[in-house]
Write a protein that binds this ligand. Structure first.
Ligand SMILES: [Zn+2]
Length: 92
């Protein structure tokens, strides 16, 4: 199966294997081009109920430890992470 690198609507590159004939491949490609990648989709869902904040990892440990984090958002270089702060809750 061939792997394709497709530019999703959000600007991220999605790597997928698409089975099927040329037509099916084209169709699937279009579909991906016109939607957000799964990470961004996931984030959009989270943003409906949470405010997503980028905080340092120590801040996360101190203040937001009860919060969910955005999968894969930990930045090893500057030690930050995206946390989901529930909109219906007050944090300080
Ligand atoms: Zn994306």
């Amino acid at each position: 199966m061939t792997k394709y690198n497709i530019h999703a609507l959000c600007g991220h590159i999605v790597t997928v294997e698409i089975p099927g004939n040329k037509e099916e491949v084209q169709k699937k490609k279009k579909e991906i081009e016109n939607s957000e990648c799964s990470k961004c989709k996931n984030r959009t869902v989270l943003e409906e109920e949470n405010t997503i904040k980028t905080v340092s990892y120590s801040e996360y440990k101190d203040i937001y430890i009860g919060c969910e984090t955005v999968e894969g958002s930990y930045n090893d270089e500057d030690k930050t992470i995206d946390v989901c702060v529930p909109k219906n809750k007050r944090w300080r």
